[in-house]
Design a protein around this ligand. Structure first.
Ligand code: DX5
Ligand code: ZN
Length: 214
């Protein structure tokens, strides 16, 4: 699956930018609060507007403090998948249950330096694992290949039936990096600059999809 990140889109034309990637599986929405990460983007009002402007399922990636308080609003609004950071969540198991009860898929994200092993029990409550392959905060950064070991571990846990998760990767995914990520076992690829800096974002999505399937 390919999830274009609107972080690299034109925020004044979000409906058009979503329409430009109509063939995408999920539309990745980066919510940043200038506390958990040193950048500020958009929040629930914009997500609500976007939900009315596109049929692509929204994949909301909350890079915010206190997701235990704020994440539920995105689920209740109708986001398809709501991902919180394990480094920020006080009670990630409770949070996953609340997100699912509100009708969303529950996602858990790990920063590049955060290991997966301590969270294998927690992940039993989640639908999506978002492995960060850059330090969260900005688009257009360099892919950190080190995190592929974490992807392999996640893949193994899923393939052996210990976990049921979509394994998603976020950061630095482009034509040069997507194949190694696919080989490591990623199911869903977030791509911001590789899609929206392209002359034809829709075509960029299809190219990435073809490369990942190779
Ligand atoms: C970074 C965000 C990413 C970002 C990826 O903190 O979580 O979703 O948009 O951008 P690229 O694909 O340009 O690395
Ligand atoms: Zn993201």
């Amino acid at each position: 699956m390919i999830a274009p990140s609107i972080l690299s889109a034109d925020f004044a034309r979000l409906a058009d930018e979503a329409a430009a990637v109509a063939g995408a599986d999920w539309l990745h929405v980066d919510v940043m609060d200038a506390h958990f990460v040193p950048n500020l983007t958009l929040g629930l009002p914009v997500v609500k507007s976007l939900l009315g402007a596109t049929d692509i399922p929204l994949d909301c990636h909350l890079m915010i403090d206190d997701p235990d308080r704020w994440a539920i609003g995105y689920a209740e609004a109708g986001a398809y998948n709501v991902t919180v950071h394990v480094e920020a969540a006080a009670d990630p198991v409770r949070l996953a249950k609340d997100l699912r009860a509100a009708g969303a898929k529950a996602g858990l994200s790990l920063k590049p330096g955060t290991p997966i092993e301590p969270y294998t029990e927690v992940l039993k409550h989640y639908d999506t694992l978002l492995v960060m392959s850059v330090e969260p905060g900005f688009g257009g950064q360099k892919f950190m290949a080190d995190v592929l070991d974490k992807v392999r571990t996640a893949r193994r846990l899923v393939d052996t039936g210990h976990l049921t998760l979509v394994v998603e990767i976020d950061g630095g995914i482009n034509a040069d990096t997507i194949e190694q990520a696919a080989e490591a076992g990623v199911d869903c690829f977030v791509a911001g600059s590789a899609v929206y800096d392209a002359a034809d974002p829709g075509q960029a999505v299809e190219r990435l999809r073809a490369q990942a399937a190779r």
